[in-house]
Design a protein around this ligand. Structure first.
Ligand code: HEM
Length: 477
């Protein structure tokens, strides 16, 4: 029997160790969507099929799907084998198609996934304006090209991974050109936490779909009384219009190459600390919303170690919400507060129905699957050439990634008047100033106006759909 509305809305979490009910879904769904693949290294190949090779391209995709693409079911099985018998999984693989890819493959219009930004593509003028992206001629050369598909390969062993990439690139030659290649790796700090280039622990707060991850989070956080990370499947799954089974689902993938100027960021962080008369580490926490070790700044004015709790909200910061609320612990514009306000939309406007506002906010969540690129020596402070390969899955990019970036992070008046942009990813409206003075303060400090430069630069990207395996395996039929 097909999955019902109720199944897709349930917060129960899929039990990856006992998948009976979800077997059909997981067999036909690609891995990495419901749970990150977890490998330390990955390679992303952006491809453009050669003119007039449609039949050959379809054959290639079919064979690649048959032999290499990892289903969610295989991902779950391999994870279990690894835990129980320490048996290492195979090289992980995903295959994604852009709207140009569907068009190249001559898929009829009504069978192309329908999300509007996906159909427009990331180079589209109105999409770029909404997201605040730079002109396409400033993107990496390869990403300026027409992109049909993306192949993601990942493994813990870099040698095995590169051998697989070589093998695939070789076979691809007759049907497609690789227009851009990205090498990603999990950057770690000295205590082994996964971090991004500015030095902050990343990937802590995620919507969770899998029982085991939910249980782990419950143990880590102690309870879900302040923040419940569980999410229904329909937050990330979208029906695949070309799927061959009643449980054929896919997901939209948003891909953005985000270059980080680490030296610039750290210089501004130090200046902010001096201006406020606080430690550098607290200034950084005001910018991100967490200390480098993950401690939420709303909970503590110093890092508490690597506890990485996610059970917190902004109920008491400020104590009084209303027309001109002023938080004293975590600024409204801090990156994690802008991108997940944890109920602020209901609190600030003193909404008569707080729960309803929170439920709406939670529908904007995304499953982040980012990985770093560039410099891997964390003692260096690169200005260019390093950053985050930002990937996220969702059921509806317009209401999820686009909304977070364009409707929240880029808006100086979200979540209250003159709050300012998200200092990590916010982009002013095209033609706007490159800096936006924001009000900063910490407990026991005077409020000051201080502008953070924009230290994250978008170098290109695209919207993709993650087709079901039953489509890819029958694409030549
Ligand atoms: C180079 C760019 C970026 C950097 C350095 C960065 C850094 C971080 C860090 C350090 C965290 C805290 C760790 C965690 O809670 O998991 C975080 C959380 C988060 N980021 Fe980013 N991020 C970047 C880009 C983005 C983009 C483009 C978006 C979406 C538009 C985004 C959305 C989020 C969300 C939703 C959270 C979780 C917030 C929460 O649930 O509390 N980030 N990011």
């Amino acid at each position: 029997m097909a999955l019902t509305e109720k199944d897709l809305n349930s917060l129960e979490g899929i039990d990856f160790d006992n998948i009976v009910k979800y077997q059909k879904l997981l067999e036909d769904l690609q891995g990495n969507i419901l749970k990150g693949h977890g490998r330390n290294h990955s390679v992303h190949l952006f491809i453009k099929f050669k003119p007039e090779k449609v039949a050959e391209a379809k054959k290639w995709i079919q064979e690649f799907a048959d032999k290499s693409v990892t289903s969610a079911l295989l991902q779950a099985k391999e994870a279990l084998q690894y835990r129980e018998k320490s048996i290492k999984g195979s090289v992980f693989a995903n295959f994604f198609l852009s709207v140009k890819g569907y068009e190249y493959l001559e898929v009829p219009r009504f069978k192309i996934p329908g999300s509007q930004p996906f159909r427009y593509g990331m180079k589209n003028e109105s999409v770029k304006n909404y997201l605040g992206d730079p002109p396409v001629d400033e993107w990496d050369h390869g990403l300026q090209q027409e992109i049909h598909a993306l192949i993601l390969l990942a493994d813990d062993d870099v040698v095995d991974l590169h051998l697989k990439v070589d093998e695939i690139s070789q076979k691809l030659q007759t049907v497609a050109d690789i227009v851009q290649r990205e090498n990603g790796f999990i950057l770690k700090n000295i205590v082994g936490q996964a971090i991004e280039h500015f030095g902050f622990a990343d990937g802590i707060s995620q919507p969770l779909f899998v029982k085991r991850e939910i249980e782990k989070a419950r143990i880590n956080s102690g309870s879900f009384d302040k923040w419940d990370p569980r999410a229904p499947l329909n937050l990330v799954l979208a029906k695949d219009p070309n799927g061959k089974t009643e449980d054929s689902y896919g997901s939209y993938l948003v891909y953005r190459k985000l270059e980080q100027n680490v030296k610039g960021f750290r210089d501004d962080q130090r200046k902010l600390a001096q201006t406020l008369g606080i430690k550098d580490e607290l200034a950084g926490a005001l910018v991100v919303g967490r200390f480098t070790d993950g401690t939420p700044v709303v909970d503590s004015d110093s890092p508490k170690g690597t506890t990485q709790t996610n059970n917190f909200n902004y109920d008491e910061d400020p104590q009084e919400f209303g027309l001109t609320p002023k938080p004293t612990k975590c600024p409204f514009h801090a990156h994690i507060r802008k991108t997940n306000p944890r109920g602020d939309t209901g609190r600030v406007e003193s909404s008569p129905d707080f729960q309803q506002s929170l439920d709406i906010e939670k529908k904007h969540r995304i499953a982040r699957r980012a990985i770093s690129y560039g410099e891997n020596d964390i003692t260096k402070e690169p200005e260019t050439g390093s950053g985050l390969l930002f990937l996220c899955f969702q059921a509806d990019p317009e209401n999820q990634f686009n909304f977070i970036q364009g409707g929240w992070a880029n808006q100086k008046n979200f979540v209250a008047v003159n709050v300012g942009l998200d200092p990590v990813i916010g982009q002013p409206a095209p033609g706007g100033t490159q800096k936006w003075p924001q009000t900063w303060g910490a407990p026991d400090t005077q409020e000051v106006e201080f502008s953070f430069e924009l230290w994250v630069k978008m170098k290109g990207g695209e919207y993709f759909f993650t087709p079901s395996l039953s489509y890819l395996k029958n694409i030549s039929a």
